[in-house]
Design a protein. Structure first.
Lengths: 222, 228
């Protein structure tokens, strides 16, 4: 058993490194898209709100596997040249869009949790809507976003396990390869894989909980 | 125009595979129902253990919830499907359907338990004291006083978690269980038509989701919001 652990560990760590890279890139792009969508949603213009609501509900209403297959199989089938994706960009795009729906709801809830008087006061001193958002509302809202964003980051890390299906050599894929070399040691190898995920996710969850006691948090609509 | 539509989404092929999609749809609903039953039972027991004064009980429950929350569902499915049969207590292999349902149920159970715990904690102590004063035992108090109110209060988030469970059930296709997503895979493999395969599946999932959404909204109205 120990020789199996020793001989497969380097491969699993390679996989973990890939998982780490994907999750880091995804949290960046996912937060970016999500922040824009969330802020636009707080403006409450029906023209923007309905399409964005449809965007969020469509992504929330279908499994992530569908998003992944949509971007990896269906978009290239349109024949449009800039919609042809390699596995890695496809995985990052699908995960980022999926993440953005969570981030958008967090951003919206946090902005709405800032008392109305704050933005009213800012606007009455002659600030534009953008200035009010940037100098007054966002600085207060950001603190409320930090704890739930920890939860989102863990969702991303767990989500990366699914992109193994289009051939990304991340942790689950590395585990699957290892089981082909040691077919009798399934339990050990998948157990190790699970422990590596745990080692990555658990500190993030603890950090999020610590941040929640420090900054408070927003409650998300279920 | 017609040609272009047929080229992009050939509904005749979808029509041919309609029985497959229907079978997959039914299977997804059935798997989700079974897993929901497991998750609610596991979730209730875990929530009660988590609130127990006995350190052995609450530490076990807390560890279970943390372990589930910190690992991907896919790995949980693999671990349960591949390693439970190795344990001697069963005496036989789990088939992929049982393995998938158990993994889904245990996964959702951890999330459900956190919601149910919030529900139980929201019940005022007067209710429990009242039940104690008429001589109810712990289990009677839970069964007749606390849990009915707790479930009513957290019904909306529980339904939300159920919607997540239904989407997650697509992952059991990885161990070869036939369900809605598997029906899409069949069309992809036999006809190499990703659009017909996955757009159809996506619409089916959206249909289930919109039903869940309206049930959740109804529960929110009827039961007066979330307690959690």
């Amino acid at each position: 058993m120990f020789d199996v652990i020793l001989s497969t560990m380097p491969f699993l760590l390679d996989g973990l490194w890939m998982t780490f890279k994907i999750s880091l890139i995804t949290i960046f792009f996912g937060s970016l898209i999500g922040a824009v969508v969330g802020m636009l949603r707080t403006l409450d213009y029906a023209v923007i709100n309905y399409p964005l609501g449809a965007y969020i509900h469509t992504l929330r209403g279908t499994p992530f596997l569908i998003h992944l297959y949509f971007i990896y199989f269906i978009l290239p089938a349109t024949g449009i040249s800039w919609l042809q994706f390699e596995a890695f960009p496809a995985a990052v795009i699908a995960l980022s869009l999926y993440t953005s729906t969570y981030v958008a709801e967090i951003v919206r809830a946090a902005i709405q949790a800032v008392p109305r008087g704050q933005s009213e006061a800012a606007r009455s001193t002659g600030m534009t809507a953008l200035q009010c958002m940037w100098y007054v509302v966002l600085p207060q809202a950001v603190k409320l976003m930090i704890p739930p964003m920890g939860g989102v980051y863990v969702i991303i890390i767990k989500g990366t396990s699914i992109v193994s299906v289009i051939g990304i050599a991340e942790l689950v894929r590395a585990g699957e390869h290892a089981t082909q070399r040691h077919p009798k040691e399934l339990m050990v190898i998948y157990g190790m894989t699970a422990l590596l995920y745990f080692a990555y996710c658990y500190p993030v969850l603890r950090l999020a909980r610590w941040a929640e006691t420090k900054f408070g948090s927003v409650r998300l609509p279920s | 125009m017609m040609d272009w539509i047929l080229d992009f989404y050939n509904y005749r092929v979808v029509g041919q595979y309609l029985p497959e999609f229907a079978r997959g749809f039914a299977s997804t609903v059935w798997i989700s129902l079974l897993a929901l039953g497991i998750s609610l039972s596991v979730g209730t027991i875990t929530a009660m253990m988590r609130m127990s004064a006995n350190p052995l009980l609450w530490r076990f429950a807390a560890g279970y919830v943390q372990a589930i929350r910190s690992t991907p569902l896919l790995i949980q499915i693999y671990l349960i499907y591949f390693t439970l049969p190795a344990l001697p207590l069963l005496g036989r292999r789990l088939d992929e359907f049982e393995g998938g349902v158990i993994a889904l149920g245990l996964n959702a159970g951890a999330y459900m338990s956190e919601i149910i715990r919030a529900g139980i904690e929201s019940i005022s102590s007067g209710q429990i004291e009242g039940a104690q004063s008429v001589g109810m035992t712990y289990l009677q108090r839970m069964r007749y006083v606390v849990l009915p109110q707790a479930f009513a209060r957290v019904a909306p988030p529980l339904l939300g978690q159920t919607a997540v469970l239904i989407k997650d059930s697509s992952l059991v296709s990885f161990i070869g269980v036939f369900e809605l997503f598997g029906a899409g895979l069949t069309v992809l493999n036999e006809r190499l038509m990703p659009n017909e395969a996955f757009l159809t599946v996506a619409v089916c999932y959206l249909m289930i989701y919109s039903v869940m959404l309206s049930v959740t909204r109804y529960a929110q109205r009827r039961l007066g919001g979330t307690a959690a």
